[in-house]
Each structure stands twice: as C-alpha cells, then as structure tokens.
Design a protein around this ligand. Structure first.
Ligand code: NAD
Ligand code: WQD
Length: 346
C-alpha cells in the first residue's frame, strides 16, 4: 500500500486531510511537533476514521528524527504541511520563521533525496502573490510576498522548482491555498488557535459564542464593493479533497505547472462574511469599523482554471456551508481541543 508521510498532520488543514486519506484507505504516518496543535487531534482523527495510524511527535528541524522515519517506513509520497503561519509574527521573528519553514523543509527534501523519495505536495499560500495589480491571481502572476512568512513560502517553492529542474523525475505540487475556513461537518475537528486569533474567521466565531465582545473590521475605505477587504474563502474540506486530487494526479505532473491555486474563484468582503455568518448561524455579530491593519491588501482571489485542468478538482462547498460548519465546531468545542473526554480512540 502507498505510504504517505504527512508533516504537520495535527494542524488545522493537515488533520482534515489526514482524515480524508485514511477514509480513502491510504497508508499514512505523520510527524508533528505539536507546536501549534495537540495530541487530542490525533485521537479525534482516529475516532472519526475508525482506523489507527502512526503518529510521531517530532520536529522536521531535527534531522535524526526524519532519518529514522525514512528508515522505518517505505515512504512513497510526502504531503508537507508543517510550518509556522502567522504573517505578523513572521515579521517580528524572521529567523524563527526561516529556520522552521525553510531549514525544516530543506531537511525534509534532503532526507527524501537520500531515500529516493521524489513525490511531494507542498502547502504553499496565496500570500506569495503579495498585492497584485490584477486581483484575480493566475499561477504565473507576479510573485511579490510582503511578509517574511510569505517570502519563506516562495523560497520553498523556488527550492522545489530548482530540484525539479535538476532532477526531472521529481513530481511536485506546490498548492497555493487561499483563505481556508470551516471545519469537518461532524464538528469533531476544526481550527483551534492557541492565542487571540489574528485572522478573521476564528475571531468571528469566538465573538458569536460570546468569548469576545465584538469583531473589529479593519478598514472600510478599500477600493471594493463596500470598502472592506475581500478574500477568497475556501472550505477546509474542499482543500483536503484538493490534496487527494493532487495525490491522484502526481504521477502525471508535467515539468511546468507545479504551482496550483486552491481557491473558489470568488471573493467576499468582511461585511459580506459577517452577514453570511449571521444568516447561516442565526447569531448576531456585533462589529465596529476601525482603521486598516498594516500589511493588509484590498482584494485577492484565485483563478481556478489550472486546478480544474490538472487536478480535475474544484471547490464544492459554498459560504453558508463554511459558516455553518465553523459554527458547529465552535459550539461543540468552546475550548477547542482542550476537551479530551468525549473522543477517545481505542
Ligand atoms: P497549523 O499551524 O494548524 O498546522 C501546522 C502544523 O505543523 C501544526 O500542527 C504544527 O504543530 C506543525 N509544525 C510546525 N512546525 C513544525 C516543525 N518544525 N516540525 C513538525 N511539525 C511542525 O496550520 P494550518 O493552517 O493547518 O496550515 C498548514 C500549512 O498550510 C502551513 O504550512 C501553512 O503555512 C499553510 N497555509 C495555511 C493557510 C491558512 O490560512 N491556514 C493558508 C495558506 C497556507
Ligand atoms: C481577512 C480579511 C482583514 C481579522 C492571513 C494570513 C496569510 C494566510 C491567510 C497563510 C482582511 C479582515 C481580519 C479581523 C478584520 N495564511 N479582518 N478583522 O489577511 O488574507 O491572510 O490568512 O498562508 O498569511 O496573513 O486573512 O483572515 O487575516 O483577513 O476585519 O479581526 O478580514 O483586514 O480584509 P488574510 P485574514
């Protein structure tokens, strides 16, 4: 059976993808240092999948752990989620981000090369586009990331491209996610930020449940329909399916086209998101318009034609599905994964 190594499998997107892989009968092993997640996630994935799998608590910056994994398991393909992801934090502690994301990835690619493993699906980000003149981004749009985080993603994409140039037998997909939101429809796994959320959706659901008083809307003078920032929000379940599509197609991956957008192809403003959430959850969201947040852009959304063409994939869930599923997760888990009682796997 195909053995897939998933790095960062206890994280938000990794956990949803891991579950899909298990349900599709893939043989998986995952490594996560739990720096932004908890072991409870692993228990809950096993509970939902009704299957066991190997979890290694370890750091991809630690070469000896990676070495052991590649000796112990006959890895066929790697799905590489492990990384730090806060744009604002990355500008404050750039060395931590470059070390964790870039050095960690280099260790992983090195170990893959040493063991003849040459298939990888990498979690890149729409943030590599920066603030493009044309808001609908094509994979060949200008790349100009603003944050250190975004630069670390672009660096890793470039490293993988260089590996592929030198070793055409490598099969690589750099998946550029737009803005993932939502949760598994069971409400058992979802996004669980450790601190005060600095991105829109987890903050909004925490306002809805009464943990925070109101949502601050960062600016209403952008050049958009209602003046608030617009993004391409995509259900995390759709993203997870995108990874299955990537695995299914990775052997056919051509020399070019290794970078692929995963978005829905349309954008929503912050006000539109608030209204959609209110309508689909029945909860009122108190909000206040405040000044713009530094580093924010007006609008970004995906050109999704390449994903359709080479992965045969497109997003299925609409904004109401995303709101409902995020709300169910928040209601069932007001303290995130801190509740360890309910979901214990054998
Ligand atoms: P997450 O923080 O929930 O998951 C990342 C996981 O990687 C965590 O469980 C963390 O503990 C683990 N990790 C971090 N550094 C590690 C290391 N050195 N060794 C081992 N494990 C490590 O984030 P997520 O939202 O699931 O994102 C997954 C990937 O997708 C990340 O690479 C992120 O940059 C990328 N991405 C995320 C978004 C987003 O908005 N969520 C958008 C685009 C791209
Ligand atoms: C969306 C919109 C805000 C919070 C971030 C990361 C980026 C990427 C995706 C990984 C904007 C507005 C937000 C709030 C608000 N992650 N907003 N009040 O900015 O697209 O990107 O997530 O690759 O690296 O930086 O997403 O959710 O922060 O913001 O008004 O409390 O919501 O101004 O218009 P963003 P976001």
């Amino acid at each position: 059976m195909t053995k897939i190594l998933v790095t960062g499998g206890a994280g938000y997107i990794g956990s949803h993808t891991l579950l899909k892989l298990l349900m599709a009968d893939y043989d998986v092993v995952t490594i996560d240092n739990l720096s932004n997640s908890s072991y409870e996630v692993i228990n809950r994935i096993k509970f939902l999948a009704k299957r066991n799998f190997d979890f290694i608590e370890g750091d991809i910056c630690d070469k000896s752990v990676l070495k052991k994994i590649f000796i112990k398991y006959k890895i066929d393909t790697v799905i590489h989620f492990a990384g730090l992801k806060s744009s604002s934090e990355s500008n404050e502690i750039p060395l931590k981000y470059y070390k964790n994301n870039v050095v960690g990835s280099l260790n992983l690619f090195n170990e893959m090369a040493k063991n003849g493993v040459n298939k990888i699906v990498f979690s890149s980000s729409a943030t590599v586009y920066g603030e493009p003149e044309i808001r609908k981004c094509k994979e060949n749009s200008v790349l100009s990331p603003i944050s250190v985080y975004g630069k670390s993603k672009l660096l890793i994409e470039n490293i993988l491209q260089d590996i592929k140039n030198a070793h055409p037998e490598w099969r690589i997909f750099n998946l550029r996610y737009f803005n993932p939101i939502g949760a598994h429809p069971s409400g058992v796994i979802g996004e669980d930020p450790r601190n005060i959320p600095n991105i829109l959706f987890p903050f909004l659901t925490q306002v809805a449940i009464g943990k925070r008083e109101q949502l601050l809307v960062f600016g209403d003078t952008y050049d958009t329909s209602d003046g608030t920032g617009k993004r391409d929000y995509i259900h995390v379940e759709d993203l997870a399916f995108g990874h299955i599509a990537a695995l299914t197609n990775i052997d056919k991956a051509q020399d070019t086209n290794i970078n692929v957008n995963l978005g829905t192809g349309r954008s929503y403003s912050v006000i539109e998101i608030i209204r959609a959430f209110e309508q689909c959850s029945g909860k009122k969201i108190p909000f206040e318009i405040v000044g713009k947040r530094s580093g924010d852009i007006s609008e970004l959304y995906a050109d999704i034609s390449l994903a359709k063409k080479i992965l045969g994939w497109e997003a299925k869930f609409n904004i109401c599905d995303m709101c409902k599923d995020a709300w169910r997760w928040q209601q069932m888990n007001p303290e995130g994964f801190k509740n360890v009682v309910k979901y214990i796997s054998e």
